[in-house]
Design a protein around this ligand. Structure first.
Ligand code: PLP
Length: 372
């Protein structure tokens, strides 16, 4: 981190290392063999991170934000005339359903409470009740709250019912172990600026080759056609449209740093330490979490607004931001909350610094942190 950079306690873009930022200060043509080698290396390494049988998977990189990757996955994998079941327990599940509707896809939503993981029994019942459902889509870490949904059990249910299984693993991939092979995942999406700790610019879909192979001509978009993108990456090693060259250079450096930290297990250990320092510190000040700790993942934590009328989120946020500490607003339907992310190039001492700044800010603003 450069001296004047903020610390980002958000779900992304995230704080990145100086060496990741330095890796992108370079010009390279999109047809340069050195760049083509980077793309191949990144694609291969992501499949290895995602699946215990990586030879069955391929990685397709999609230019743009994470939502473009989600839209590409939904638009490419749901067959024409298919029906998509979406498990919703937060804003990102709701976004998948919205994307599908805009694409003209028939959607069934199973809505659960935002403070509970997806109900596997309800999903199984919905699949059993409707043989027209072709695909199930779920969010792994629902970043609205930080809850972790039971991917392996949901994949088992989809597999038994013979439906394709699509996962938005945007905020969890690289920070929470997930075996796409064992969980029967047909496709999952994440992006360059989440737990791999690169800079924003692309998302990636790790897809079962056999499933993606059936998707020729299905996409509802030219630019977001994962099958066509895959074919070109396989044929020439290149992108169909301008690639985010520098972002990929930085991402390869980020993958090296993930390896250096002990892979996903090592990274998860740091994020879990960040999370416990945060939660212990915030509880010590009197703040209350939104989720029951048994459901709380270590990616991002949601705290209830203090009930003291002297608490005003905008002012709280701005005072912390002036000190270079950036937190995140809430996104919940039924409760006033704010969020603090534990991911990115952050260490337990950074979380200690944040908690201490929050204590001073509460005192300066004159509020008690307890919620009703
Ligand atoms: C679970 C999940 N899905 C999708 C997205 C959307 O990603 P983006 O904001 O890069 O479009 C996010 C962003 O945080 C997310 O957490």
């Amino acid at each position: 981190m450069a001296a004047n950079d903020a610390l980002l306690f958000t779900p992304g873009p995230l704080t990145t290392s100086a060496s990741v930022k330095a890796a992108l200060v370079r010009d390279l043509g999109s047809r340069d063999s050195r760049f083509i080698e980077v793309v191949a290396d990144v694609r291969r390494r992501l499949a290895v991170l995602a699946a215990s049988r990586p030879e069955e998977y391929t990685t397709v990189i999609v230019q743009g934000a994470g939502t473009m990757g989600v839209e590409a996955m939904i638009g490419t994998f749901v067959p024409r005339g298919g029906r998509l079941l979406v498990a919703v327990n937060g804003a990102y599940g709701r976004r998948i359903a919205h994307i599908a509707k805009v694409l003209g896809i028939d959607v069934v939503q199973v809505e659960g409470p935002e403070d509970r993981p997806t109900d596997v029994v309800a999903i199984e019942a919905a699949l059993d009740a409707d043989p027209e459902i072709t695909n199930l889509a779920v969010v792994h870490c629902e970043t609205t709250t930080g809850i972790l949904n039971p991917i392996a059990r949901l994949g088992e249910v989809a597999h038994r019912a013979g439906r394709s299984f699509l996962v938005d693993a945007m905020s969890s991939f690289g920070g929470v172990p997930l075996d796409a092979s064992a969980s029967h995942v047909d496709a999952l999406v994440s992006s360059s600026n989440k737990c791999i700790e690169g800079v924003p610019g692309f998302s990636f879909c790790i897809a079962r080759k056999a499933a993606l192979g059936e998707c020729r001509g299905r996409a509802r978009s030219v630019a977001l056609d994962l099958h066509a993108q895959w074919e070109e990456l396989e044929r020439s090693g290149q992108f169909r449209f301008t690639p985010p060259v520098q972002v990929l250079l930085a991402f390869r450096q980020a993958l090296d740093e993930l390896d250096g930290e002990g892979g996903i297990e090592g990274r998860m250990a740091r994020y879990r330490s960040n999370h416990s320092v945060l939660v212990d510190g915030m509880r010590g000040l009197g703040f209350r979490e939104y989720l029951d700790p048994v459901h709380q993942g270590w990616i991002i934590t949601t705290f209830r607004y203090p009930s003291d009328p002297a608490f005003r989120f905008e002012e709280f946020y701005s005072r912390l931001a002036r000190e270079g500490l950036v937190i995140y607003p809430g996104k919940l339907t039924h409760a006033d909350c704010f969020r603090i992310g534990n991911i990115g190039r952050l260490f337990p001492d950074d979380l200690r610094r944040l908690v201490s700044a929050i204590r001073d800010t509460a005192s300066d603003m004159g509020f008690q942190p307890g919620a009703a």
